[in-house]
Design a protein around this ligand. Structure first.
Ligand code: GTP
Ligand code: MG
Length: 195
């Protein structure tokens, strides 16, 4: 679907730097290290694409990629990393709020959750922000290849229970492994059906 026609467009630190809203857009949010960039690489079939833009000092940027003729994929900066200075966190939260509430071509946010860890309080903060911004979001479990079989269902239940409290949550989960390729086609076709 997107393979071979994907490009890094730009990294954005302020609202006036956003590319024109002329494509259907989806964004990927999640804790630092949850696997956002890896998922974008898996979706587009271009290893190193999202990673390439993820150089130190760019971590507070919103990174835009084109996928095929019709979509933007947006890699949001990871949240929840320890020891980030408060001023940096606040600046990032302001930009994120403006982006989520002001981007008219944004069709869905994917909130990535590590399948081993389930939904953390910091994920719920983002989910609440999406509720109040009226952005429909869907939860994507990542690193499926690393979750222990005995934990799988219990964590899925925890995630479903948390999502049930969020009006903007799309109830269906997508379980993925960027490493093994599980769920990638499902996610790709989910994105392709958004209009
Ligand atoms: P930030 O940009 O810092 O917010 O991180 P990120 O969410 O973009 O995570 P990234 O894609 O850089 O992945 C973090 C680490 O997890 C890397 O070492 C990846 O190789 C690894 N990883 C990502 N997805 C998977 C997966 O599906 N399975 C396994 N086993 N490892 C994964
Ligand atoms: Mg990343």
């Amino acid at each position: 679907l997107f393979a071979g026609e994907t490009d890094f467009v730009k990294g954005v630190v302020a609202m006036d730097g956003l590319p024109p809203a002329d494509r259907i857009e989806v964004c990927f949010a999640g804790r630092s290290n949850v696997g956002k960039s890896s998922l974008i690489n898996a979706l587009t079939g271009r290893k190193g694409l999202a990673r390439a833009s993820n150089t130190p000092g760019r971590t507070q940027e919103i990174n835009f990629f084109t996928a095929g003729e019709e979509h933007y994929l947006v890699d949001l900066p990871g949240y929840g990393f320890a020891n980030a200075p408060l001023a940096v966190v606040e600046k990032w939260q302001r930009l994120l709020k403006r982006y989520l509430s002001g981007r008219q071509n944004l069709r869905r946010a994917f909130v990535l959750v590590d399948h081993r860890h389930g939904v953390k309080p910091v994920d719920e903060e983002i989910m609440s922000l999406l509720d109040s911004s009226a952005v429909t979001f869907q939860c994507v479990l990542t690193k499926e290849d690393k979750v222990k079989a005995k934990d799988r269902e219990r964590i899925l239940d925890q995630v479903r229970e948390k999502l049930s409290k969020h009006p903007a949550a799309f109830p269906e989960l997508i379980v993925t492994s960027s490493e093994k390729g599980d769920g990638i086609e499902t996610l790709r076709s989910t994105i392709a059906t958004l209009v």
